[in-house]
Write a protein that binds this ligand. Structure first.
Ligand code: ARG
Length: 437
């Protein structure tokens, strides 16, 4: 009779295979292995992974297809938020962990398990995400991170330990990189990439083609329809959010869109060099952003930029289920009401550029924007506006500027303004309607 039951997030790889036996031996628990299908590339198919867990000694082995749930509940909010951690990383691993956690917790409840285990190392973000998400959903559950605990310090030691217990070990040479992937893209670390001075070798990329190659494809146009910030059709074909990512990957990957090379700040304090390839989400975010440019009122759009950054940081930090993240979700959702319309993206040599956008809720007003004869903008009113808008700075200039270090002689000389008697005194001119800005 074991001491209880543990739900293990199982990938089929060496670490989590060793976890099955290690948890049984060291904690005397029944292990239920659970593999989650997020659309990742598999070395082995999920049926084989299921059987492998049973062969190693799991009392039960499950494979869950969560494609549509991943699309609707996780990828959609990321697109609506234009979420890029440190302005670059589209959060692909960070988006998957809260979904996996939610499923593990549900299984723990279903099977009456007291423990959940993951195969994360002690140095990464993923352990943080699992443990924070699980804690938020059920603080009673106990969490095991065997890879952090065991003293199988090298891959060889781990393979020996596995072999002694009849756990199948990889027969091929260790892969040169550590990869996490799902339908949103791939995260690649380790090996030669650990020196940030090294350019990534060509073989790190598998879902995008080299955008600089001689036979890179010609420009390709793709139309994306959004309804309230959700991609609903690509090139006229209706899609679910999951299908939108799959389709966008297929279209943008050959153009080499979405390759990202960065040094990022992990939550645990280490800087790490990361390579990502995420063609679909980068294309969808760029398209979504350009539709927001057309449909969001200025102040909302500016305010949202800060919210986007905070949202990405919270998700990166594993705070998917936190009250602040939920409050920001509500803000973002309310901004998406009129983000409906169509965007045409041009894919070419590593870029996905919005070249056309239309919306029934467009705030773009031709009569206000144009410089031709149909101009409805009140140029005279602009003069009064300038007077009042510049009033505080004019008062400051009169009474304090000469006392401020900023506006000393050298500063004025540098701008050339110090020698011009008129400088800074005129209010508005240039009413030439052909002049543009
Ligand atoms: N640095 C990325 C993140 O924290 C990718 C993590 C990839 N995970 C992995 N187990 N290789 O989200």
């Amino acid at each position: 009779m074991s001491k209880g039951t543990c739900i293990l997030a199982y990938s089929g790889g060496l670490d989590t295979s060793v976890c099955i036996k290690w948890i049984a031996e060291n904690y005397d628990l029944d292990v239920i292995a659970c593999a989650i299908d997020l659309g990742q590339d598999q070395d082995e198919d999920l049926g084989m992974i299921r059987d492998k867990a049973l062969a190693i000694g799991a009392v039960e082995s499950l494979v869950l297809d969560v494609h549509e749930e991943f699309g609707t509940d996780f990828i959609v909010p990321a697109i609506q938020t234009n979420a890029l951690y440190e302005n670059k990383y589209p959060l692909l691993s960070a988006l998957s962990r809260p979904l996996i956690s939610r499923r593990l917790v549900a299984l723990a409840h279903q099977y009456g398990a007291q423990y959940i285990a993951h195969g994360c190392t002690g140095k990464g973000n993923d352990q943080v995400r699992f443990e924070t998400c699980i804690a938020a959903l059920d603080p009673e559950l106990k969490i095991l991170g065997p890879v952090r605990e065991w003293n199988l310090t090298s891959r060889e030691a781990e393979m020996d330990w596995a072999q002694e217990r009849g756990i199948p070990v990889p027969t091929t040479k260790a892969k040169p990189y550590s990869v996490d992937d799902n339908v949103v893209g791939r995260a690649i670390e380790c090996g030669v990439l650990e020196d940030p001075a090294n350019e990534p070798p060509a073989d790190v990329y598998t879902i995008t083609q080299d955008p600089t190659r001689a036979d890179a494809p010609d420009p390709q146009y793709v139309t994306i329809d959004f309804e309230q910030g959700v991609p609903v059709a690509i090139d006229g074909q209706p899609v679910t959010p999951y299908q939108a990512i799959v389709t966008a990957n297929r279209l943008a990957g050959p153009h080499g869109v979405g390759r990202i090379d960065m040094v990022e700040n992990r939550l645990i304090g280490v800087k790490s060099r990361e390579i990502y390839e995420a063609p679909g989400i980068m294309t969808l975010i760029a398209a979504h952003k350009s539709l927001e440019e057309l449909t969001l009122e200025r102040e909302t759009m500016h305010y949202k930029l800060g919210i986007e950054q905070k949202w990405a940081e919270l998700v990166y930090y594993g705070m998917w289920y936190s009250p602040l993240k939920r409050a920001l979700d509500a803000f973002v959702a309310s901004t998406q009401r009129f983000v409906t319309g169509q965007v045409t993206m041009k894919l070419y040599r590593g870029t996905a550029t919005a070249v056309s956008r239309t919306s029934p809720y467009s705030l773009y007003d031709y009569g206000l924007a144009t410089y031709d004869a149909s101009d409805r903008f009140n140029h005279k009113a602009a003069g009064g506006f300038m007077e009042l808008y510049s009033l505080p700075i004019r008062v400051w200039s009169d009474s304090q500027a000469h006392l401020s270090e900023l506006v000393d002689a050298r500063y004025l000389a540098g701008t050339g303004a110090g020698t011009d008697a008129d400088a800074g005194t005129h209010s508005s001119e240039n009413t030439d309607t052909n002049a543009g800005e």
